[in-house]
Design a protein around this ligand. Structure first.
Ligand code: PMP
Length: 458
């Protein structure tokens, strides 16, 4: 079968045979999918030849930008030499050895060991088993509850989806037992009237202490959190939140898991989000930016104090066919080499991050924007009918979708979560491209505002 050439024919074939993730397939098929055919740097090209600035790095993953021949060559070379071998049954291979050692160097000092997976979801499934195994070996098998947060995202397998706090996902597949969800540090959406971000941040963190004390420390195994909630809407916690969480974790016998699937590999202006926020996790979860999305790969870093227990516990009955896939490891090694050589973390911290933040923060003057937070190269625009009162639109999600669709028309990929627009562009973005991104975002806000006026919503 040869593929048809026209966008309309490709869309019809897609509609006939392809079920997309997180999609209403009936309405998507009626509308037709956008078909991306190539990409270079921060720019996507669709099947009609439109050039679109990718403000989301694909799905928060293309940190080094598109079109890096060096990664392609490394993968091709590895595929030629050894396209596949497993890491079960007393076996390993050079790419897994090299990448594991490199990750031990790049991650905070407590981390020296990694368990490889194929994705963020598989990493978080691994975490659940690993944490429970740890307390079994310590002869505390009753310590198995993991505390997470509402509106957290940790993946979409049965277990990772349970760990996440997404109500629409739980509505379609009930969460597995022994996972508890507490409040999220979302000041705009959840603070009381008159409560400052600092007061709210403390209160949100203390929900962890209250939950541990209510259930009993002897039943709680771990707390898992994203440094900045990504899919939940780029929720950047108030400055008081992480220090208080760190205190609570320090004072109690629980493990702290930092899900760095989005925040890892430079996104926040340090190698890992926990370094930006000053926490010291026992387990660090990664995927996405580890290969910049060029190949699927994930991993779980285990701190020495946890690994030392696990190493005494005999077999860990867990693993994936593609744990440490050689070609994926080769992509990660080449990707990390680029990040180090081009000092992309420094570029985010000292150049692109502050430059984008200046332009982005200025969007807060728009009548539709309630807040415009940004850390490193990840930010949000909260859309509101009333800037002063922290109010929401009546039909939550409708304005976000409207704005997102305008954004595409204006040649910028932004994502909408409820009525919050979010961005996380490739770390290599230049000043000129940042100017373009901010200009297109403002045009999008203007278009949305004009439409809402027509609707009588503002
Ligand atoms: N954790 C976080 C914080 C994520 O953002 C994601 C994906 N967006 C995942 C886990 C799941 O990763 P994957 O889609 O690779 O399974």
């Amino acid at each position: 079968m040869s593929l048809p050439a026209s966008t309309a024919e490709l869309r019809a074939l897609d509609a006939a045979h392809h079920l997309h993730p997180f999609s209403d397939m009936k309405s998507l098929n009626a509308e037709g999918s956008r078909i991306i055919v190539k990409a270079e740097g921060v720019w996507l090209t669709d099947s009609d030849g439109n050039r679109i600035l990718d403000g989301m790095s694909g799905l928060w993953c293309v940190n080094v930008g598109y079109g890096r021949q060096e990664i392609v060559d490394a993968v091709a070379q590895q595929m030629t030499e050894l396209p596949y071998y497993n890491t079960f049954f007393k076996t390993t291979h050079k790419p897994a050895i090299e990448l594991a050692a490199k990750l031990a160097e790049l991650t905070p000092p407590q981390f020296n060991r990694v368990f490889f997976t194929g994705s963020g979801s598989e990493s978080n499934d691994t975490v659940i088993k690993l944490v429970r195994r740890y307390f079994q070996i310590k002869e505390k098998p009753e310590k198995k509850i993991i505390i997470s947060r509402r509106n957290a995202y940790h993946g979409s397998t049965v277990a990772a989806g349970s760990l996440g706090g997404m109500a629409p996902m739980h509505g379609q597949s009930a969460p597995i037992p022994d996972i508890l969800h507490i409040a999220q540090p979302y000041w705009w959406g959840e603070a009381r009237q008159g409560e400052t971000p600092e007061e709210f941040g403390l209160r949100a963190a203390q929900a962890l202490e209250a939950a541990i004390d209510a259930m009993g420390e002897d039943r709680i195994a771990a707390f898992i959190a994203e440094p900045i909630q990504g899919a939940g809407g780029v929720i950047i916690p108030p400055a008081t939140y992480w220090p208080e969480i760190a205190r609570i974790c320090r004072e109690r016998d629980i493990l702290f898991i930092s899900d760095e699937v989005i925040c890892g590999f430079g996104r926040t202006g340090k190698w890992f989000g926990c370094e930006t926020f000053g926490t010291e996790p026992d387990i660090l979860v990664m995927a996405k930016g580890i290969t910049s999305g060029y190949m699927p790969l994930g991993g779980v870093m285990v701190a020495d104090r946890v690994a030392e227990v696990l190493l005494e516990g005999g077999d860990f009955n867990h693993g994936y066919t593609y744990s440490g896939h050689p070609a994926a490891c080769a992509a990660a090694i080449a990707n990390l080499d680029i990040m180090v050589r081009e000092d992309l973390v420094g570029h985010v911290a000292n150049d692109a991050g502050p430059y984008l933040k200046a332009g982005w923060s200025a969007l807060a003057d728009h009548p539709l924007v309630g807040e415009a937070p940004m850390t490193g190269l990840v930010g949000a625009l909260e859309l509101t009918p009333d800037k002063t009162g922290r109010t929401s639109f009546a039909d939550v999600g409708k304005v976000g979708t409207l704005a997102r669709d305008f954004s595409f028309k204006n040649g910028l990929v932004m994502r909408a979560v409820r009525d919050r627009l979010i961005i996380a562009p490739p770390l290599v973005i230049s000043h000129g491209e940042i100017d373009e991104l901010v200009a297109r975002a403002r045009r999008t806000l203007d278009d949305t505002y004009a439409e809402l006026k027509r609707w009588g919503w503002v």
